[in-house]
Design a protein around this ligand. Structure first.
Ligand code: C5P
Ligand code: C5P
Ligand code: ZN
Length: 487
């Protein structure tokens, strides 16, 4: 994990970025911001928006699926005095240097850096530059948070949003789903400012908003045979423990249980799982939950994990403005609308998952990978979520999943690959696989070792899949490629 020297170097890069932003604001320059469309990207967009709003800056924020020539043409056409890229950019420094070398650009990112570019107009804040792991120790919204804090200490109130972004990128990878590295510092800020409380409890998804029997029957992490997927059995299980599922007319959620009920439920679940031989899973039942204490109980914003899924849905359903508004503090109508977007998003995901399972050729198994072909049915902005969900349920957890779908209105395919900790241990690095396979087949790609993506022309997809299968095979044999995960 990051040591003090690495942290100090990272923070001084954040200071440098803050200085560039501040100078632009002081000269009344226009700032064009671009951010990634997933939960972390929307959270990062929210953090930078609030920080710039507080500075009374002239700015605009746009959320995109990736950095490409469209962003470059926008920059060339609009001639902003400063461009800020959040939660992406580090994989595209060469593209920016080739096309807009004279534009001042601040990159606040945590993805692997693919090229070293020497240009004084570019300021990059990225943990990988200091040997800090960007996949687990800080997210894009976290990097943006440190810059916001350097701009004005008032922005400490954005710490919860940065944690929400980190959870969106699944960075709660430490003991009992805790945070490590720079994320831990952000959590300390949030706790000290009385904005977040850490609660040790069952970590099933839906702690604030889902009826208890539904949290039990919908949990996949951990998966509980006999309860997961079986709502009736979950109801019987709760009844046998004398736990009321309703309070008046309202269904109770896990967060509504009192200490005695909580203990009863936890120990009954542990006994049940041990009786099924699930010893490892029992140790994963309890973990850290992050409660945003100023949010209304029983709303999605109260639990940081649920909050992150809400942001993800706004980004992927083409309504990122709603997510950004929420990060900046809007509630009321914006929250109501986001909740309905979240519902539609869930319906879409379920529809896509059933569709994939309808025909065997939609989920294929190759030598080293699984492949899902979403054709033009699965929305390319949601294929990433489909990939994340499906990878957890595949028969061989050591084989990465490569899912793809056609990009609407373009002659291109969007690819989203995901894998498991078990495969990482064996040497898989999907960031490298996506980058190398897409370079070979006329596209672009990259990302983290555990989750990465790419775009290629439509007629290249079959070859891309073959190359990806080969590359994973080589990684499993221990052949190292030129770019390791720290760079
Ligand atoms: O661009 P960014 O880094 O924010 O996106 C990371 C993506 O990878 C997210 O969609 C997140 O859900 C996914 N991820 C994952 N498993 C992890 C870490 C990240 O599926 N362990
Ligand atoms: O798009 P998806 O959710 O599959 O992306 C997974 C990870 O790979 C994200 O962190 C994303 O930013 C990264 N990625 C990338 N270059 C691409 C596509 C995705 O760095 N061309
Ligand atoms: Zn991110």
């Amino acid at each position: 994990m990051a040591d003090q020297t690495q942290i100090a170097l990272f923070l001084s890069a954040a200071d440098k970025a803050a200085k560039m932003i501040l100078e632009t604001v002081q000269q009344d320059g226009f700032i064009d911001c671009f951010s990634h469309l997933d939960a972390d990207g929307v959270a990062a967009a929210g953090v930078i928006s609030k920080a710039l709003y507080r500075l009374d800056a002239r700015y605009r924020v746009r959320v995109m699926q990736w950095v490409d020539n469209k962003i470059v043409s926008n920059i060339i056409a609009d001639k902003p005095q400063l461009v800020v890229l959040t939660d992406f950019g580090s994989g595209y420094l060469q593209l920016l240097n080739d096309n807009v070398p004279d534009v001042k650009i601040v990159v606040l990112d945590h993805h692997q850096i693919t090229a070293n570019v020497d240009n004084d107009n570019f300021v990059q804040v990225n943990p990988h530059e200091y040997g800090i792991d960007g996949a687990t120790e800080v997210s894009g919204s976290g990097v943006t948070y440190f810059v916001a804090k350097a701009l004005d200490c008032k922005n400490v109130d954005l710490a919860p949003v940065a944690l929400v972004g980190a959870l969106g990128d699944m960075q709660d990878k430490y003991d009992q789903r805790s945070f490590g590295g720079l994320n831990k510092l952000i959590l300390e800020d949030a706790v000290q400012a009385d904005l977040v409380k850490v609660v040790k409890d069952l970590t099933f998804f839906g702690r604030e908003t889902r009826p208890i029997h539904r949290t039990l029957s919908t949990t996949t992490n951990p998966f509980i045979p006999g309860l997961s997927g079986e709502e009736d059995k979950a109801l019987t299980f709760l009844a046998s423990l004398d736990i009321d599922i309703k309070h008046g007319e309202r269904f109770r959620s896990l967060s509504d249980l009192d200490e005695v009920e909580k203990k009863r439920l936890c120990s009954a679940l542990a006994d049940y799982m041990l009786s099924k031989g699930l010893h490892v899973e029992v140790s994963n039942l309890i973990g850290n939950n992050y409660v945003l204490v100023n949010e209304e109980p029983n709303t999605a914003l109260r639990d940081a994990r649920e909050y992150s899924v809400l942001l993800n849905s706004t980004g992927r359903m083409d309504r990122p403005g709603l997510g950004i508004a929420i990060c900046m503090g809007d509630r009321g109508a914006a929250l109501e609308e986001s909740n309905s977007i979240l519902e539609d998003y869930r319906k879409n995901i379920n529809k896509y998952l059933s569709w994939v399972m309808e025909k065997p050729e939609r989920l294929r198994e190759l030598t080293n990978i699984y492949v899902v072909n979403g054709e033009d049915y699965v929305n390319e902005k949601i294929i990433g979520t489909v990939s994340s969900i499906m990878v957890a349920g595949l028969p061989n957890s050591q084989k990465p999943l490569i899912a793809y779908a056609k990009v609407n209105g373009e002659d291109a395919v969007k690819i989203s690959s995901r894998t498991t900790e078990a495969a990482l241990q064996l040497g898989v690095n999907l960031g490298n696989v996506m980058r190398l396979a897409s370079e070979k087949h006329l596209g672009t790609g990259g990302g983290h070792n555990i989750a990465a993506g790419a775009q290629v022309p439509m007629n290249q997809i079959e070859n891309f899949v073959i190359t990806a299968d080969e590359l994973v095979g080589r990684q499993l044999k221990g052949e190292i490629f030129e770019c390791d995960d720290n760079h």
